[in-house]
Design a protein around this ligand. Structure first.
Ligand SMILES: NC(=O)c1ccc[n+]([C@@H]2O[C@H](COP(=O)([O-])OP(=O)(O)OC[C@H]3O[C@@H](n4cnc5c(N)ncnc54)[C@H](OP(=O)(O)O)[C@@H]3O)[C@@H](O)[C@H]2O)c1
Length: 329
């Protein structure tokens, strides 16, 4: 698979990464460990070298799975994890915690679970309003000096926070939601990333599964499926958003592709420093998603997609209000 660079200073990674969260957390069913390990290794066989996890996914269990999966090719992988939620003894307590001493505890735990002595890319998962970002960047800078971390990242951070952090410790990548139906980073975040030479890692690039066309109003969401709390995934909004996916399906069919491939290829076409991290628990879908790197969208295709998006604005907020409060402005 072709490589991309995460910004001016960041590592070279496969142009698609693998989001590992859904194997253990967030989407209802938890994939059995051996099956999850096989999925991650299958991604590596497809050319994927960039793997995304976090302390909070489980908590802890997803890092265990990712560590076990990548152990045979650790030196070839670019391993990203995140700190910043309030994890105490393996349980998620309310709120955030990016106090420097807590970052260090989180990183020591991540290193053990990931079976490694360095983390390639360490993100702050959410900006903590109680800890100045300079202190967070300083704590990560110390970990980089000790060789425990190679690169610093931020997730869902606002433009001003990115600048302040970058002044203390250069930021290699920002990870935020971005897809055909969530394009907000384009206005305020992309110009800052371009100016500072920072890479961008879109999470939920398949719209949490919706943009693939695999979900309808009738799809049953388990109670422990995070999407059951998301306004955009209410049955009513899933119904209202069907015309968007039906049109994407038609565009995909005309290209001999699938809607998931269109969604990923569209992201790759936006900037050369963007690396999406789609997640799946199924090897067939993994291969389908990896196929997106070979799909070339022409100017005409991009214009047709833009017209579909303009005519079908997404219905429903992307996060419930309590979750939205954790996002940095
Ligand atoms: N920084 C953050 O705050 C944050 C937040 C959310 C996620 N993330 C990261 O971003 C990664 C990806 O985001 P995400 O998992 O939320 O969303 P996503 O990649 O947009 O979508 C994942 C969903 O799409 C389904 N899917 C994947 N490929 C498919 C295909 N070809 N056809 C049909 N359905 C398909 C998956 O179901 P199956 O498993 O059934 O295939 C899963 O339910 C996560 O794994 C995580 O590492 C980060």
């Amino acid at each position: 698979m072709e490589k991309r660079y995460l910004g001016k200073s960041g590592p070279a990674v496969s142009s698609l990464g693998l989001g590992c969260m859904g194997l253990s957390f967030g989407y209802g069913r938890v994939t059995e460990k051996a099956e999850a390990v096989a999925l991650i290794r299958a991604a590596y066989d497809e050319g994927v070298t960039f793997f995304d996890t976090a302390e909070v996914y489980g908590p802890w269990t997803n890092e265990d799975v990712v560590g076990a999966a990548i152990a045979p090719f650790r030196d070839k992988a670019v391993l990203a994890t995140k700190f910043g939620f309030n994890i105490v003894d393996g349980r998620q307590e309310p709120g955030l915690n990016s106090r420097p001493e807590h970052i260090r505890i989180a990183v020591e735990g991540s290193l053990k679970r990931l079976q490694t002595d360095y983390i390639d890319l360490l993100y702050q998962h959410r900006v903590d309003p109680n800890v100045p970002i300079e202190d967070v960047a300083g704590a990560v800078k110390d970990l980089i000096a000790e060789g425990k971390v190679k690169y610093f990242g931020l997730s869902e951070a606002g433009a001003a926070t990115i600048r302040r952090a970058h002044a203390v410790q250069p930021v290699a990548a920002v990870q935020s939601e971005y897809s055909l139906w969530w394009r907000e980073p384009e206005t305020k975040i992309f110009p800052v990333l371009e100016e500072l030479g920072i890479g961008f890692v879109p999470f939920s690039p398949l719209g949490k599964g919706f943009l693939t066309g695999a979900m309808t109003a009738a799809t049953r969401l388990e109670k422990n499926d995070f999407r059951s709390t998301v306004p955009r995934f209410s049955a009513e909004n899933r119904q209202a958003n069907q015309p968007l996916v039906r049109r994407l399906e038609a565009l995909a069919a005309a290209k001999g592709a699938t809607p998931a491939q269109i969604a990923l290829s569209w992201i790759l076409a936006q900037k050369p420093w963007i690396v999406p991290i789609p997640g799946t628990s199924k090897q067939s879908r993994l291969r389908e998603n990896c196929g997106a790197v070979k799909l070339r969208l022409t100017e005409q295709d991009l214009a047709a997609i833009a017209a579909v998006l303009a005519a079908n604005p997404a219905q429903g907020a992307r996060y419930a209000e309590a979750q939205q409060r954790l996002i940095d402005g």
